[in-house]
Design a protein around this ligand. Structure first.
Ligand SMILES: C[S@@+](CC[C@H](N)C(=O)[O-])C[C@H]1O[C@@H](n2cnc3c(N)ncnc32)[C@H](O)[C@@H]1O
Length: 379
C-alpha cells in the first residue's frame, strides 16, 4: 500500500537506467521525467532506493505538484499538503529551492512564503504558536518550473553519489552516478576483460565491480532519514540485510585499471580497497600507448583527459589518435569513451556505433560506443 510519492532527481540522460533499476527494486508506477523519476512511495522503497540506487542523486518525498502564478496560490497550495505526516512538533524544516521560467521568480520570496505556509499548517495540527526547530532537520526543497510547483522533503542528506569510498579523488574525477550509468549503457559482461586505461581515482573500475557483484552502493553509509524516528530503524536494518543477502561476490568479475600517473594508481588501489572490491580490481602504472587487447571478450570504458580541464586541446587530440591506433575493432570487444570534445571521432579515426548525450556535472559530453559489428571508418 502506498499513499505518497517518491522522486529521485538524476543527471540528465540517466532517467532510463534509473527507472529501470527502480522497477527491478520493486517500485510501482515508475514515471521517468526530465532529470528525475517519480514513483509510488512506501517506507520500504524510500529506504531501498537510498541504499541501492546507482544512478539517483537523492531520494525525496514528493509532497505535491500544483500550478501557481501568485504568492497566494503558492501559499495555499503548500498549506494544503500533509506536512504533519513527516515533520514532528520539534523538528527543523529549512527550505531551499529554485525558480525557472516562471512568474514566481524570486527564490528568497518563494522560500519565505513556503516556510510560512508550512508553519501555518503545522500550527493548526500541533496547536502551538512557535516552533523551536531543535529536532532532526526535514529539508524542504522546491522547484518552480514553468509556473508548476513541486515541493519535496529530502530523505538522503549528502548526495547519493557520495558512496563513501572516494574520500580521495584524482584531478577531474567522474561522478560516481555517471560512471555507474556508463557501465549500464555498455552492458558489461561478467566474463569480459573489463579495462579502464585512464582510471584516475578508479571510479569506473569501482562502480563496475560494485554492479557486477550486485553490491548496493549505499549499504555502508548513513542517510538523513535514518535519524528521523526510532520506529523506522527496523526497516533500515531489514533493508540493509536484504541488500547484503543479494550480493553475488563469486561472479569471477575482474577489472583492470591503468594510468600514466603513479599517484593516480595508488589512489585507485586505495579507493578500490575502501569500496571492498580490491580482490577483483588490479591497477598498474601504464600509458595508453602500451594498451594491448588480451582474451576473447573485452570491455573498455574510460574518460580520457580533455583539452579544457587536463590537457591542452592539441595534446588531447594527439591522445585520441593514439587511442584510435590501439583500441582496435575486434569481435567480442567494445570501447566506450566519454568526452565533451566534439572532434573526438575524427581524431580517433572511426565513427561510433552509438553515441549518447550525457552530462559530467555541468559539462555536456558525448558517450561514444564502439563495438565490432557496426564500426565504420570516418574520413
Ligand atoms: C579525466 S581523468 C580520469 C578520471 C577518472 N575516471 C576518475 O574518476 O578519477 C584522466 C586520467 O588519465 C590519465 N592519463 C593522462 N594521459 C594518459 C596516458 N597517455 N595514458 C594513460 N593515462 C593517462 C591522467 O593521469 C588522469 O588520471
Amino acid at each position: 500500500m502506498s499513499d505518497f510519492q517518491l522522486v529521485c532527481p538524476c543527471l540528465f540522460g540517466l532517467e532510463g537506467p534509473l527507472a529501470d533499476e527502480l522497477r527491478k527494486m520493486g517500485a510501482e508506477n515508475v514515471d521517468p521525467q526530465n532529470g528525475r523519476v517519480v514513483f509510488s512511495g512506501t517506507d520500504e522503497m524510500l529506504v531501498r532506493a537510498n541504499l541501492c540506487s546507482r544512478y539517483a542523486e537523492r531520494v525525496q518525498v514528493l509532497m505535491g505538484v500544483f500550478p501557481a502564478q501568485s504568492f497566494e496560490e503558492l501559499f495555499q497550495g503548500v498549506k494544503a499538503l500533509p506536512w504533519e505526516r513527516w515533520i514532528g512538533k520539534a523538528d527543523a524544516f529549512p527550505v531551499n529551492g529554485s525558480c525557472l521560467s516562471s512568474k514566481l521568480a524570486s527564490v528568497p520570496d518563494c522560500q519565505a512564503i513556503i516556510k510560512k505556509a508550512v508553519v501555518e499548517r503545522l500550527k493548526g495540527k500541533y496547536s502551538v504558536s512557535w516552533f523551536e526547530e531543535t529536532g532532526e532537520p526535514r529539508r524542504i526543497h522546491f522547484l518552480i518550473l514553468k509556473d508548476t510547483v513541486s515541493v519535496m522533503i529530502d530523505t538522503t542528506g549528502q548526495g547519493l553519489h557520495k558512496r563513501g569510498y572516494r574520500a580521495n579523488a584524482a584531478e577531474a574525477p567522474i561522478r560516481e552516478t555517471l560512471a555507474a550509468a556508463m557501465v549500464y549503457f555498455s552492458r558489461v559482461r561478467h566474463d569480459a576483460n573489463f579495462i579502464d586505461p585512464f582510471c584516475g581515482s578508479g571510479t569506473i573500475l569501482v562502480e563496475a565491480a560494485l554492479a557486477a557483484q550486485n553490491i548496493a552502493p549505499g549499504v555502508s553509509r548513513r542517510f538523513a532519514a535514518e535519524n528521523w524516528d526510532a520506529a523506522g530503524t527496523a526497516i533500515w536494518k531489514r533493508e540493509r540485510e536484504r541488500a547484503r543477502s543479494l550480493e553475488t561476490r563469486d561472479t569471477g568479475f575482474q577489472a583492470k585499471g591503468y594510468d600514466i600517473d603513479p599517484a593516480a594508481v595508488a589512489l585507485a588501489r586505495d579507493n578500490a580497497a575502501k569500496a571492498g572490491v580490491s580482490d577483483c580490481v588490479r591497477v598498474e602504472n601504464r600509458g595508453v600507448a602500451d594498451f594491448r587487447e588480451e582474451g576473447e571478450y573485452g570491455c573498455v570504458i574510460c574518460n580520457p583527459p580533455y583539452g579544457e580541464r587536463l590537457l591542452n586541446l592539441r595534446s588531447a587530440e594527439e591522445l585520441y589518435r593514439t587511442m584510435g591506433g590501439v583500441f582496435l575493432p575486434r569481435r567480442g570487444w567494445s570501447y566506450s569513451i566519454i568526452t565533451p570534445d566534439e572532434t573526438f571521432e575524427k581524431c580517433f579515426g572511426r565513427k561510433a556505433a552509438r553515441r549518447r548525450k550525457l552530462y559530467n556535472g555541468m559539462i555536456r559530453c558525448q558517450y561514444y560506443m564502439y563495438f565490432r559489428e557496426t564500426d565504420g571508418r570516418v574520413g
